[in-house]
Write a protein that binds this ligand. Structure first.
Ligand SMILES: *Cc1c(COP(=O)(O)O)cnc(C)c1O
Length: 375
């Protein structure tokens, strides 16, 4: 059997172990320490935000953003439907209701039109949404200006889920730096990884300080353990942050490698009209975290996304359907939804191709050869 090719596996640089070693040598294994401070500073320098809090996961970062925005039980929060469950689950941790919104077909992210429709209808029904969570899916920046214009008009704060988009640019500004809060993930399959981790980004000092306080069990300033608010155990460890510091040295290289994967697939599959790719608008640079492709069975002689996925799997190559929209998930069956069938249709036709930055030229050649045998 050929060596397995993964969808997106961790890719370490050379400095990660040095930072981790240093933590061992100084016994800053715990609690917080120099690596956490250093990693937060690296994230600020890179994204251009003023403040960052390093956390255990991206999901925790979204949860804290909702807490900081005062989302409570019974509130409503608008969320992009076409995303990973980590974007939406924290809404329910607060006892709030997600209001799902469809995508537009250019960037595959939150449709400004359906967003506006959702806000208007929720207000008409008696509740103005407390926050909006929008996503740069697969690293493709959303229609940021349009979404922000609508949010500003209705004065609703924005949480920018840039979990998949570190290194993507919109009008020369880094993803994660646009929302009232930005969130990042360093989970195992993301463009850089700390094995597991996340960050909350923002420009308001008080909010990020409060996030750090809430993330360490909300301890009041007293010699004993005293608590006046409910806290969480969400802070990143100093060991994990050491990996992050090493990964931040290679982030630009990782973006370049992921973009090269995309260009390779696009070039190799250009003569097959059944394949289409999501395009960068002007003023946008996507990190191309995963290369995604739509397969139109009407133009492929009947071959579907699943035929390609199963064929690749039979050759020990991992690929995956696009995210199943949240409004189609059994767990969110009762949540209100505004939109058409755009995200559903992307889910039906779309496939994520292997996109690791550590794939060899041979790996890539093997993948496209397998795909071409079907067409
Ligand atoms: C990965 C991811 C998250 C959650 O991040 P974790 O670190 O895995 O908790 C949230 N949103 C999106 C779009 C993601 O891809």
């Amino acid at each position: 059997m050929n060596k397995r090719i993964y969808l997106s596996s961790p890719h370490m640089g050379v400095k990660e172990l040095d930072f981790v070693h240093e933590a061992f040598e100084t016994n800053w294994v715990a609690p917080l320490g120099k690596n956490v401070d250093g990693f937060e500073q690296d994230l600020c320098n890179y994204t251009g935000v003023e403040y960052a809090a390093a956390l255990t996961t991206g999901t925790a970062a979204i949860h804290l953003a909702l807490v900081l925005l005062g989302v409570l039980a019974g509130d409503e929060v608008v969320c992009q439907s076409f995303t990973f469950a980590g974007s939406a689950n924290p809404i329910t941790y607060q006892g709030a209701t997600p209001i799902f919104v469809d995508s537009e077909s250019e960037t595959w992210n939150m449709s400004p039109d359906f967003l506006q429709e959702a806000i208007r209808d929720r207000i008409r029904k008696g509740k103005k949404p407390k926050a909006i969570i929008y996503v740069h899916l697969y690293g493709m920046p959303a229609k940021i200006d349009e979404i922000h214009r609508i949010a500003n008009e209705y004065e609703i704060p924005l949480i920018e889920d840039a979990a998949e988009a570190l290194g993507s640019l919109y009008k020369n500004k880094q993803a994660g730096s646009f929302g009232d809060f930005g969130i990042l993930s360093f989970n195992g399959n993301k463009i850089i990884t700390t094995s597991g981790g996340g960050a909350l980004l923002g420009n308001d000092k008080g909010s990020i300080e409060k996030a750090r306080f809430l993330a360490t069990q909300a301890r009041d300033n007293a010699p004993h353990y005293q608590h006046s608010t409910i806290g969480y155990n969400y802070r990143m460890s100093n060991i994990v942050a050491g990996i992050g510091r090493g990964q931040m040295i290679v982030i630009d290289e990782r973006v370049k490698q992921r973009r090269e994967n995309y260009s390779f697939y696009k070039e190799e599959l250009k003569n097959y009209e059944c394949f289409s790719f999501v395009k960068e608008a002007e003023n946008v640079k996507a990190n191309r975290w995963l290369t995604t492709v739509l397969i139109d069975p009407k133009k492929s002689g009947g071959s579907t996304r699943d035929d390609v996925r199963i064929k690749l799997e039979s050759e020990n190559i991992e690929s995956r359907p696009l995210w199943k929209p949240m409004h189609k998930q059994p767990v969110f069956r009762d949540a209100p939804y505004y939109g058409d069938t755009i995200s559903e249709s992307l889910f039906e036709k779309g496939l994520c191709l292997p996109s690791g930055s550590n794939m060899t030229d041979n790996d890539k050649q093997r993948i496209v050869e397998v795909i071409k045998t079907l067409f």
